[in-house]
Design a protein around this ligand. Structure first.
Ligand SMILES: Nc1ncnc2c1ncn2[C@@H]1O[C@H](COP(=O)(O)OP(=O)(O)OP(=O)(O)O)[C@@H](O)[C@H]1O
Ligand SMILES: [Mg+2]
Length: 500
């Protein structure tokens, strides 16, 4: 049992609906708040359940955490800094959403592939063939080089790129910008950036913005947390602003495809910060959630749609939207989408979009299948790579590898937790979903405030677990690689790899 979990005293609690957490619900009198021993100490063999004093709910330190994931190489300065900044991180929101609705929304499944139709169903869906003859031309080159940028000598450009580990490929590559105002974004964008206290563009933004604003296709490769989202979102806003307004029945102008609901939601948060000032609407379309509200949003008309592939195909098939107006297409986390087997769905979606669109493909790595995808969908693209395109260990993380037998793993984990549990959030990666469940269950029996997230959990539960973790109410989360990306931006943690 877990005396630290204040949900025990909540009648509408998550636990009451779960069958896979072991042990009876303790009587409310056992559940206390306040107490001296933070997170307690499990029994001597790690599996025991030594009596432990209840503890107050976890409160993140006000100065932000300074442990764990460093976030980005040194060149990405501001981003790394922000990742340690709890106040401005993405952590806060959500929390406890399961309370009111339980997991009713989960009946449709959802899982990692976005819910709605199963993968086989999706592959069998034939979307209407589009006629791309007689297309109305549209404007996509908005780049006006700022005098200060024009004045940079080739030598200065090379020096700047080298100092920020920027490599470029393509014909007629524009010079990078060095300051936000040099991109010629509308004033309200600069105001939002100033409010967010961003100091400089990150390298992918510095080079990617002029490229994207020129209306050319673009491949952007930069590690996780390097600011890729704004690298395509701000040019997207400029693009949308210049297009004719949506008419009744029109679909979006900007389409962003992302692999998971979590990422889609995070992208929309970013879009909202900027888009709402421009009166541009955006919506998220993802599986594992009721379709009704999403259909209503689409029917109302939205300029920017951020979608996971499966649910978008469902929506297209049912003709709740169409992609005839899409002129700016973003494939975000392309490597991840291919890893997750989305290629046929991406192909189906892209076939619905006019071929003279602007396409931007973003990835943290550059494996062969992503390269093939890019070759098929992008035309004469620029390519910008920050650092190395090969996945490598983040230099700002201290990595300690210990080799132990299977028998020893759990006890070692518990000893480690006792050493590192200082109030910060701890993410424990597991190799398998089963391992995730087993270890989480055992940890909870032993009194550790742990929850787990993996691809077999339905979307509503994943959301709930993530919100509990982000808010610090459940500061330990075990996960499979479903959480490998995108979480870095929520001011984490210590991360323990644990192969089970
Ligand atoms: N120029 C900047 N200066 C400081 N922070 C920034 C800047 N641009 C973006 N950020 C912030 O950095 C964080 C990470 O950015 P973002 O989510 O775009 O990373 P990403 O490269 O898409 O990572 P991932 O591969 O995990 O999706 C966000 O909180 C974002 O608001
Ligand atoms: Mg991203």
């Amino acid at each position: 049992m877990n005396p630290y979990d204040n949900r025990y005293s909540d009648a509408a609690s998550f636990r009451g609906r779960r069958s896979d957490f072991v042990g009876p619900i303790p009587p409310p009198s056992f559940v206390g708040r306040g107490g001296a021993v933070p997170y307690g100490v499990p029994g001597p063999n790690g599996f025991g359940s030594a009596p432990v004093a209840p503890v107050p709910p976890f409160v993140p330190p006000s100065g932000g955490f300074n442990v764990g994931r460093g976030g980005g190489r040194a060149g990405n300065g501001p981003v790394s800094d922000r990742k340690h900044d709890m106040g401005r991180g993405r952590g806060g929101g959500g929390g406890g959403r399961a309370g009111a609705h339980g997991f009713r929304g989960s009946a449709r499944g959802g899982g990692r592939h976005g819910g709605g139709s199963s993968r086989d169903d999706l592959n069998n869906i034939a979307l209407p063939k589009q006629d791309f003859k007689n297309l109305v031309p549209f404007e996509k080159n908005f780049y006006v080089e700022c005098p200060a940028v024009r004045a940079m000598s080739e030598q200065e450009v090379l020096h700047y790129r080298a100092s920020r580990e920027i490599t470029v490929q393509g014909n007629d590559v524009p010079k990078p910008i060095m300051m936000f105002h040099e991109a010629n974004f509308p004033d309200y964008c600069l105001e939002v950036i100033a409010n967010l206290r961003f100091a400089d563009p990150t390298p992918i933004q510095a080079q990617g913005w002029p490229m994207a604003l020129k209306g050319r296709d673009l491949i952007g490769i930069a590690e996780t947390g390097s600011g890729k989202t704004l690298a395509y979102l701000l040019p997207a806003l400029v693009h949308v602003n210049a297009q004719p307004r949506l008419a009744h029945g029109d679909g979006p102008i900007v389409l962003v495809l992302a692999p998971t609901r979590e990422l889609a939601v995070q992208i929309q948060e970013e879009a909202l910060k900027f888009g709402s000032r421009a009166n541009k609407r955006s919506t998220c379309i993802y599986g594992g959630a009721p379709k009704g509200p999403q259909i209503r949003e689409l029917k109302r008309g939205v300029e920017i749609v951020i979608a996971t592939p499966g649910r978008l195909i469902d929506m297209l098939e049912a003709q709740h939207t169409n992609l005839r107006r899409v002129t700016y297409l973003v494939l975000d986390e392309a490597d991840r989408m291919l890893d997750m087997g989305f290629e046929p769905q991406i192909r189906k979606i892209v076939a619905q979009i006019r071929p003279d669109r602007q396409t931007l493909l973003w990835s943290a790595t550059w494996p062969r299948d992503v390269e093939t995808l890019a070759r098929q969908f992008l035309h004469n693209p620029y390519k910008v790579i920050i650092g190395s395109p090969y996945l490598k260990a983040n230099q700002s993380i201290n990595q300690i590898v210990e080799v132990v037998t299977d028998m020893e793993k759990y006890n070692r984990l518990i000893r480690l937790l006792k050493e590192v549990m200082d109030g910060s959030r701890i993410l424990i990666f597991m190799e398998t979903k089963k391992g995730c469940d087993q270890v989480t269950r055992q940890m909870r029996v032993d009194g550790w405030p742990a929850l787990s997230i993996h691809g077999d959990k339905n979307q509503a539960e994943r959301d709930w677990v993530l919100a509990e973790f982000k808010s610090g109410r459940s500061p330990i989360m075990t996960a499979t690689d479903v959480a490998a990306r995108g979480l870095g931006r929520i001011t984490v943690f210590r991360s323990l790899g644990f192969l089970v």
